[in-house]
Design a protein. Structure first.
Length: 422
């Protein structure tokens, strides 16, 4: 249960922070945000304020910001739709109810024959079932529509749609989600540093040596400096840790500097399993810095190092052959969250920082339907100095969605086999 709650909290924070970036940038750019949803699937609760409907949905696996005029925003009402129209004091429709779940006593029953809620803002149809006369209703610019599932959102006139703002504002809006993930990662790392009380100096000088560890048995001492691993220079803790982790259960030669003297030490790192992979461990910690400045600095340095590691893995996937085990979907993330939860709050916060960076970077990959793909489309439009034809943009986006769906299914099945099928 702890793992499930932790997973929901971590995933929820990541989604809310990411989508809030899009939401805030869209609002500042003059784009109508019709809905801000946390979760997917059936609606649990909804609340409207300042033209935006905030919804909590049943499945805690994602969320979205629904911007007016975006490709996933469908505001068309089909002919023949039964509706109830609430008409305001200005004789304009202020609410359009097409849901059978919502009833208002003062609403006028209308079978819609034609509607334009984007440009001309009108509805035509048969009032009270009288098909002998088509009646036309003007629609208020800020009218709302109650959709099939009972969610009330504002209509999307042309002037508040995504495509109505400049390409630069759209680019900023698309980038704002990943940007927020980078900021969250830095803040999480800073918080973890304060909770730990000290941070790694990122030097190759040893700090605490764990009792009965491989390092202690090999005679390594606190303040020893490991300058080389198997003849390869290590200038910081990240390089040292990576070199050790690559050699689980294999003999390695260390070049150790202590009190001005240099010696060679041979060790066999202990094998540690995590996320279905094996890692080598010596049982050492890096030196610690207890200063206030170091804790704030840690938020940036650790995020930069993690980002470098992520790009290194992406590079290996592209040049060294694709391996699906290098990817993790919701099932894999849940398993890793469970491991992090068992190690304590600090580990969960550090894990969330890593996940947030991953989410930000992956979303910037130039695949259609991801933020990176949308930004590429924005750049192409800026170069062409005219919009990309809607039909081309739609086809490209559908291809991107198809790729993501296939990849997600494959990754999820692989995660189930790795973590739950023995």
């Amino acid at each position: 249960m702890t793992a499930i709650i932790t997973f929901i909290i971590v995933f929820g924070i990541l989604v809310i922070v990411h989508e809030f970036g899009h939401y805030y940038a869209a609002k500042k750019s003059g784009i109508l945000v019709r809905e801000f949803s946390v979760g997917m699937g059936p609606k649990i609760v909804a609340y409207r304020k300042n033209s935006t409907t905030y919804t909590l949905r049943l499945l805690p696996l994602g969320g979205y910001v629904r911007m007016a005029g975006a490709q996933d925003d469908d505001s068309e009402i089909k002919p023949g739709t039964m509706s109830s129209l609430v008409v305001g004091e200005n004789n304009k429709v202020t609410k359009i109810i097409i849901s059978s779940k919502v009833y208002e006593a003062n609403a006028v029953p209308v079978q819609i024959s034609k509607a334009d809620l984007v440009d001309e803002l009108f509805i035509e149809g048969f009032e009270n079932g009288d098909e002998s006369e088509t009646k036309r209703f003007d629609v208020d610019h800020d009218a709302t529509i109650v959709e099939d599932d009972g969610t009330e959102v504002q209509i999307a006139p042309r002037d508040v749609q995504l495509q109505s703002v400049s390409v630069w504002k759209r680019m900023i809006t698309n980038f704002a989600g990943p940007f927020n993930n980078f900021v969250l990662a830095i803040l999480c790392s800073i918080l973890a540093a304060f909770m730990m009380g000290s941070v790694s100096t990122n030097s190759n000088q040893l700090g605490v040596i764990q009792k009965d560890s491989v390092a202690q048995q090999a005679g390594l001492k606190e303040n020893d400096i490991i300058t080389k691993v198997n003849g390869n220079k290590t200038s910081n803790w990240m390089e040292l840790a990576t070199a050790i982790q690559k050699n689980p259960g294999k003999k390695i030669d260390l070049t150790v500097k202590s009190h001005g003297n240099t010696r060679s030490v041979s060790v066999v790192p202990k094998t540690q399993k995590s996320n279905g992979q094996k890692y080598g461990m010596l049982g050492v910690q890096s030196q610690r810095d207890y200063s206030l400045g170091a804790k704030f600095k840690f938020g940036f340095t650790s995020s930069i190092q993690t980002t470098q590691a992520i790009f290194s893995q992406l590079g290996k996937m592209l040049t060294g052959g694709f391996n699906i085990n290098q990817l993790a979907g919701p099932v894999g993330i849940y398993s890793m969250t469970s491991q992090a939860a068992s190690m304590g709050v600090i580990t969960v916060i550090q894990f969330m920082a890593m996940l947030s960076l991953n989410l930000g970077i992956v979303n910037l990959i130039p695949i259609p339907a991801l933020d990176g793909g949308k930004i590429v489309m924005n750049i192409i439009e800026a170069i062409r100095r005219k919009p990309i034809p809607e039909q081309y943009e739609t086809v490209v986006s559908l291809i991107g969605v198809g790729i993501l769906v296939v990849l997600m299914v494959a990754v999820t099945w692989n995660d189930i086999q790795r973590f739950f099928i023995k």
